[in-house]
Design a protein around this ligand. Structure first.
Ligand SMILES: *[C@@H]1O[C@H](CO)[C@@H](O)[C@H](O)[C@H]1NC(C)=O
Length: 335
């Protein structure tokens, strides 16, 4: 290869690399438990469940079952709760869909045409002591909603990539009365959760409305699994990738995670103890049901056989905690 070609391809791969969110949680980080951030249908506010040491099945409903945080902005209700942090685990952020399905006169049609284009955001320096919630508009006026946010911290550029689902209307249809485009996954970047880059499509399929995207980092740079809900059949499917989140050649795991009945709102997490074991929480339209796999690439998930998993949990996220984090959370919200 001539030098000029080599330089050109080097700089192309360098600038591309800068676009790829990386997670470099050191393998030596020792986790001692799991924190589920969620909500429930009757109480659309942030609720926490903390595991008994590293058990993926035994949890304490923190704060005596009362919400950790309640929204008093936007619709006043939150769903699709996601907890994220920067690479150093210093700045913690809870982001959530701004949606209250118990509101008077609620209709799914209305909230997908003229619903909230903002996300509710709370920040904390530790995991205790949260600031006031605020509503941040992430979508353009063509959007009818912004649902089910998730986030990936990028060590290379020290910013968060935020993903969510939205439905868009033609620019001329300012009241959103016409036929919408298919639901798609959007994203923007931010460092402070105050200003965001202009939102762009992350994944928009021609024949399939998509919502509820969740990523799982697979422990090596640029290796990921992602989970998406096909809204035509109300089923979740899995894809895997070794080239980074923004590469387009994802490998589909054939079929759906659970083909027999409607599922949504995936939350996936790696086991803190057993290497190669992953857990999934899937909402059966009533509550989360736990699944597991020892073959994340193969994507064969079996229902976990344990008693006592908490009931009534909805679309949330699961965060592994260090001893210091676990103790701080227990101290503040333990019963
Ligand atoms: C979603 O389901 C529809 C109906 O079965 C199917 O035609 C479409 O290909 C599916 N899309 C994806 C991405 O699985």
């Amino acid at each position: 290869m001539r030098l000029s070609h080599l330089l050109a391809s080097l700089s192309a791969s360098l600038s591309f690399a800068a676009l790829l969110p990386r997670q470099t949680t050191t393998p030596s980080t020792e986790f001692v438990g799991y924190l589920i951030s969620t909500f429930s249908d009757p109480t659309p506010a942030v609720q926490w469940h903390l595991s008994t040491s590293n058990s993926p099945s035994a949890f304490t409903f923190l704060n005596n079952g009362s919400p950790i945080l309640t929204s008093n902005v936007g619709t006043g209700g939150v769903r699709g709760v996601f907890l994220t942090s920067d690479g150093r685990r210093e700045k913690w952020v809870l982001i959530a869909t701004d949606l209250d399905i118990n509101a008077e006169g609620f209709s799914w049609d209305e909230v997908t045409r003229r619903g909230s284009r903002g996300l509710v955001v709370w920040e904390s320096e530790g995991l205790t002591g949260w600031g006031e919630g605020r509503l941040v508009t992430v979508e353009t006026p063509t959007a009818g909603m912004a649902w089910a946010p998730s986030a990936v911290w990028d060590d290379d550029t020290s910013q968060f990539f935020i993903f969510w689902s939205s439905r868009h209307y033609a620019e001329s249809d300012t009241e959103h009365t016409g036929t919408a485009m298919l639901d798609r996954i959007r994203y923007a970047t931010t460092t402070d959760f105050i200003s965001f880059s202009a939102p762009q499509d992350y994944l928009a399929l021609e024949d399939t409305p998509l919502i509820d995207q969740e990523f799982q980092y697979l422990g090596q740079p640029d290796h990921w699994a992602r989970f998406l809900k096909n809204e035509t059949v109300n089923q979740v499917y899995q894809e895997t990738m070794t080239q980074g989140l923004f590469s387009t050649e994802w490998t589909r795991v054939e079929g759906y995670v659970r083909p027999e009945s409607p599922r949504e709102g995936t939350a996936v997490f790696k086991d803190n103890v057993e290497e190669g074991l992953y857990h999934m929480l899937l909402d059966d339209y009533t509550e989360y049901v736990p699944f597991e796999t020892r073959d994340i690439l193969g994507g064969e998930w079996t229902e976990s056989e344990y008693d006592g998993f908490p009931s009534g949990l909805k679309h949330g996220s699961v965060t592994p905690l260090t001893q210091e984090e676990y103790d701080a959370v227990w101290e503040k919200y333990g019963n």
